[in-house]
Design a protein around this ligand. Structure first.
Ligand SMILES: [Zn+2]
Length: 385
C-alpha cells in the first residue's frame, strides 16, 4: 500500500546528526505505533508500557517458561517478535531551509522567555518532490495490520500529526492513497474490543482534539507572531516562510501563551489546581530523575483550502496517580473556554489574528462540539469519519 504525505507543516524525523537529512522510517513507525497504542487501549486491548515494562511477559507453565506479547507488540514487534509489516520511505521531500548542522536552528523567543524554542529544518512535500511511504503486509492473511494502519493513519490525518517533535508544531500531514484520494478507514467494523481499561497510559478515551481557525487582520500577520524578532536566525525563518508559504511556525507563541499566561496558575501550589507542577502537563527536562514529556501538542498554523488553522491535542490522564481528577476537569474547561473566546493575549501572540474554535472532540464529554458520545466504538467512528 502506498500513501502520500502532503505536508501542512514540516515533517521532522530526527537523524543521527540531529538534522532531518531524510525521512526516517523508525520515526514514522514509532509515531504510528504510539497512536495505535492509544486507540488499542481505548478499545480495551492490552498494550504494554514499552518504556517501563515492555513485552514479552514471561509466564510459567509448569517447568517451562512461556513468552507472551501484547496486542500491539503482536503487530509492531518487540524482543523475540517480528513486526508483521515493512515500511519503506519512497520520497523524502525537501528541507524547508538548508540546515548545515545540529546548531543551525531557528530560534523563536516569545516575550518573557530567556531562551525560547529552537526549530530545525523539517521537510516538506512538493509536486516534484513528494513524501511517500509504502507499507507491505508480511503475512497476507493477517487482517490486524489494516485495522491498526488505517485507524492510526486516519487519526493522524484528521486530528494530530506524525513523526517527532509534533509538540513543536511539526508533522501535520494530509494522507492520501496511491490515486491521491483522501484515506478512509472503510472496514471500521473490523475493530474489535477487549476488556482492559488502563487509564495511566495514553488512552484515546482521555484525549482531546481541537481545531482552531485563524482570521488574519492583514497581510503582515506572519511577521508579527510573538518570538519572530530574533535577528540572528531571521534569515533561516525567511527561507522557511518562502519555501512553505502556507505554514507558519506559530506553535511556540501559542505554547508560551498556554503555559505562562493561561495556565500560569499551574506553577503555584494550593491554587485551584492543587499542588502539581506545570511540568506534568507541559513537559520538563529538569530534574533528570523526573523528566516528563509534554502531554499537549500544538501544531503550527497552516493554510488549508482558503483558511488558516492550527491543531491542539493532548492526553490529559483520567487517573489520580498521574494527575488529580479535579485538575483535569478545570484544565480542559479553561482551555476550551479560552480557545473559544480568543483572549487579547492569544490574539497578540498570533500577530493580531482573531481565533475561532471550530472543533473540540473528547470522549464521554459535554464539551464535545459534535455531542457527548459515551460509547467508545461510536466515538472512534466519529473521529475517523
Ligand atoms: Zn507489548
Amino acid at each position: 500500500m502506498l500513501f502520500n504525505l502532503k505536508t501542512h507543516t514540516p515533517l521532522w524525523t530526527g537523524g543521527v546528526l540531529k538534522t532531518c537529512d531524510r525521512v526516517h522510517e523508525t520515526s514514522i513507525i514509532g509515531s504510528f505505533r504510539w497512536w495505535y497504542e492509544a486507540i488499542a487501549r481505548g478499545l480495551g486491548h492490552h498494550s504494554c508500557d514499552i518504556i517501563k515494562n515492555p513485552c514479552p511477559e514471561i509466564k510459567k507453565d509448569g517447568n517451562k517458561e512461556k513468552r507472551q506479547w501484547c496486542d500491539v507488540c503482536e503487530i509492531f514487534g518487540a524482543t523475540g517478535k517480528h513486526r508483521i509489516f515493512k515500511l519503506i520511505v519512497k520520497g523524502d521531500g525537501k528541507a524547508v531551509y538548508n540546515q548545515k548542522n545540529a546548531k543551525d536552528l531557528i530560534n523563536i523567543k516569545p516575550k518573557g522567555r530567556n531562551t525560547g524554542w529552537y526549530l530545525g529544518a523539517g521537510r516538506y512535500s512538493t509536486e516534484d518532490k513528494p513524501i511517500r511511504i509504502e507499507i507491505h503486509n508480511l503475512d497476507y492473511n493477517d487482517v490486524r495490520l489494516s485495522a491498526a494502519l488505517f485507524s492510526a493513519l486516519t487519526l493522524v490525518d484528521r486530528w494530530t500529526a506524525i513523526g517527532a517533535r509534533t509538540q513543536h508544531g511539526f508533522g501535520v500531514v494530509e494522507i492520501t492513497d496511491r490515486n491521491g484520494k483522501k484515506i478512509r478507514f472503510k472496514d471500521i467494523d473490523t475493530l474489535t474490543t477487549g476488556k482492559n481499561n488502563v487509564r495511566n497510559l495514553p488512552n484515546i478515551k482521555d484525549f482531546f482534539f481541537a481545531k482552531i481557525q485563524l482570521i488574519p487582520k492583514d497581510e503582515n500577520w506572519k511577521k508579527q507572531i510573538d518570538g519572530f524578532s530574533n535577528k540572528k536566525t531571521k534569515n533561516l525563518l525567511s527561507q522557511r516562510l518562502k519555501n512553505m508559504p502556507k505554514s507558519v511556525p506559530s506553535a511556540p507563541a501559542v505554547k508560551n501563551w498556554l503555559r505562562y499566561t493561561l495556565f500560569a496558575d499551574l506553577k503555584i501550589s494550593n491554587t485551584n489546581f492543587g499542588s502539581i507542577s506545570d511540568g506534568s502537563i507541559f513537559g520538563q527536562i529538569k530534574p533528570k530523575s523526573n523528566k516528563q514529556a509534554a502531554k499537549i501538542s500544538v501544531s503550527d498554523a497552516y493554510k488549508k483550502n482558503d483558511h488558516w488553522e492550527f491543531r491542539i491535542w493532548g492526553w490529559i490522564p483520567d487517573d489520580d496517580s498521574v494527575l488529580p481528577k479535579k485538575t483535569r476537569t478545570i484544565f480542559l474547561k479553561n482551555l476550551k473556554g479560552a480557545l473559544n473566546s480568543c483572549p487579547p493575549e492569544l490574539k497578540d501572540a498570533l500577530g493580531g489574528c482573531e481565533t475561532k474554535l471550530t472543533h473540540w472532540r473528547e470522549f464521554d464529554s459535554d464539551r464535545d462540539t459534535i455531542g457527548k458520545e459515551s460509547e467508545i466504538n461510536q466515538f472512534i467512528r466519529s473521529l475517523l469519519y
